[in-house]
Design a protein around this ligand. Structure first.
Ligand code: G4P
Length: 529
């Protein structure tokens, strides 16, 4: 085993998109290239299509699938590729944000007809803030859509990106002839019945070659030449360093469903996408090449099997080699733990592994030791930063609906919150519990899971809260903070970590409170320092 070689061959990324843009289809086609699956249709979409009531049943049914699809690994050429699944549904956006803390780069899928949509904007904003390298894939070119240049403008303006097309479409929809792969200097002709076969493409190092006319016709050839000329004039040259810094985003065009343009994307991706990156901890920057193992939990998933009430904690390996049956320090608990059956993930299955390397994800069976954000090391005391909680959008009081089962309820709530399904706030004044979620759907999911997994029943009661604001006083002992606490007593609560939170009833209240108590800072994100 050579750590450096293993690091060099790894690419860990996430695909983000608005629901229906083609994320699942693209994932599946990428897996086909890796030979990880044999046929299309093998990757189940875990998106939610129907109305809210049937949704959580559906989620429940699919949880088994989504454990498997949480991480999809495959080998392509000499690279080991890990795709981390990111739910597109906005009610699960927080899950996606957390997963983005574990990727080294992302591919953004955009529907050629719909252009930039709401979820894409939100997710790209997070990636932009974190300077995550992004490649854009414009999908569904076999359908009528927006003009390529208009779309590139839209991507630049709405997503705040600086793009450089590395492929360019020849026509679209009914008239879609193919793409010119600027990166590989090849022409790929489209034929809708070539779904699973991938043509090698026709080499055209010189676009002025008269042979181009023979292939796509005079008119299309002229137009392509003009468009490529415009691309050269308008867009910067591709610069790998700028891409890696998050300052430049290459764009590819294609049709995932028809497996067209996907290989070009993948071939470029494995060449330019970053290897496992260093990660900041509270003490120092940890480099992937360091000999000692470090990693952090970015996702926790309850197991499907009701007989085994254990959960799977997904750990991203940041540095060193993770080994089976070896003692590692759970930094927050100050406890050594060892794992006899760590799982590695492949396209359709998980397997027990002896060793894993930076960039890889291991699934550790957990009986309640892990919370999202926890760090494991070989003994060094450090904790990785950057797995934040965002202020929820929906809030409700949670009540115990079966007094005989109060223990089960508190255990269930505890564990579901550890999984990051929602956030729990306990009011200082009377100890009442408030659940906050990103989407309304989670309330049903919680109720359902409490009943089915913990035998507990809960009911909800409306509460008028607009946002949870994490309280950050400049000086804990000054009069201003004391007054703030006195006046706002009814609205103060603790989050699961014991941090002080102000539950504001309106945007106006947040603004007024901030004006009145300028030394008491209010944040919509739990990790603000
Ligand atoms: P998502 O994961 O981003 O939500 O999208 P998904 O891949 O499920 O794709 C959404 C729909 O778009 C699917 O159709 C899929 O077949 C279609 N699609 C994906 N890529 C292309 C493409 O390149 N061209 C065309 N024309 N369609 C594409 P559906 O009818 O919603 O689902 P299904 O019944 O086909 O699975």
């Amino acid at each position: 085993m050579n750590l450096l070689q293993e690091i060099k061959r790894r690419r860990t990324f996430g695909i983000i998109s608005h629901p229906d843009a083609g994320k699942t289809t693209l994932t599946e086609k990428l897996l086909l290239f890796g030979g990880a699956i044999q046929e299309a249709g093998a990757v189940k979409s875990n998106k939610i299509k129907k109305g809210a009531t049937s949704d959580f049943m559906e989620i429940e049914r699919q949880r088994g699938i989504s454990v498997a699809t949480s991480v999809l690994a495959f080998n392509y050429k000499d690279k080991k590729i890990n795709i981390l699944d990111t739910p597109g549904h906005k009610d699960f956006a927080e899950d996606t944000f957390r997963t983005l803390t574990a990727v080294d780069s992302v591919i953004v899928v955009i529907d050629v007809a719909k252009g930039v949509e709401e979820q894409t904007e939100k997710l790209v904003e997070v990636c932009r803030m974190r300077k995550i390298p992004m490649i854009v894939f414009i999908n569904k070119l076999d359908r009528e859509g927006k003009d390529a240049f208009d779309l590139l403008d839209e991507v630049e303006q709405k997503l705040g990106l600086r793009v450089v097309p590395l492929s360019f479409p020849i026509g679209m929809g009914y008239d879609f002839k193919g793409i010119y792969n600027i990166w590989g200097k090849k022409l790929n002709l489209f034929s809708p019945d070539s779904k699973q076969k991938v043509s090698a493409g026709i080499e055209f190092t010189d676009i002025d070659d008269p042979a181009l006319e023979d292939v796509i016709g005079k008119e299309a050839a002229e137009r392509l030449r003009e468009e490529l000329e415009l691309v050269r004039e308008v867009y910067p040259d591709f610069d790998k360093e700028a891409y890696l810094k998050g300052d430049l985003q290459p764009v590819f065009f294609g049709s995932a469903l028809n497996n067209f343009g996907v290989k070009e994307l993948l071939d470029c991706f494995i060449e330019i996408a970053p290897t496992p990156q260093p990660k900041m901890s509270d003490k120092r920057l940890v480099d992937s090449k360091e000999k000692n193992f470090t990693g952090f939990v970015f996702k926790i998933h309850a197991n499907m099997d009701p007989k085994h009430r254990d959960r799977l904690a997904f750990v991203k390996i940041v540095s060193g080699v993770f080994k089976r049956n070896t003692n590692y320090l759970h930094v927050k608990l100050g406890k050594k733990l060892k794992f006899s059956s760590p799982n590695a993930f492949f396209a359709e299955k998980k397997e027990i592994v002896e060793e894993s390397f930076p960039g890889d994800i291991v699934g550790l069976h957990d009986t309640g030791n892990f919370k999202i954000g926890d760090t494991l090391t070989e003994g060094e005391i450090l904790e990785f930063k950057g797995v934040p909680s965002f202020s929820p959008e929906h809030f409700r009081y949670v009540n115990n609906a079966d007094p005989m089962k109060s223990k089960q309820l508190s255990k269930g709530l505890d564990q579901l919150m550890d999984e990051g399904v929602a956030q729990l706030f306990t009011l200082d004044l009377n100890g009442r519990k408030v659940i906050g979620t990103v989407g309304a759907l989670q309330f049903e999911v919680i109720q359902y899971r409490l009943e089915h997994e913990y035998g507990a029943k809960c009911s909800y009661e409306n509460v008028n809260i607009h946002k949870a604001c994490w309280v950050d006083p400049e000086d804990e002992y000054n009069e201003e903070f004391k007054e703030f606490k006195r006046v706002k007593q009814r609205y103060l609560a603790k989050d699961k970590k014991g941090q002080l939170v102000f539950l504001a009833d309106s945007a106006f209240t947040v603004q007024m409170t901030q004006q009145k108590y300028p030394t008491v800072k209010l944040h919509f994100v739990s990790e603000y320092k």
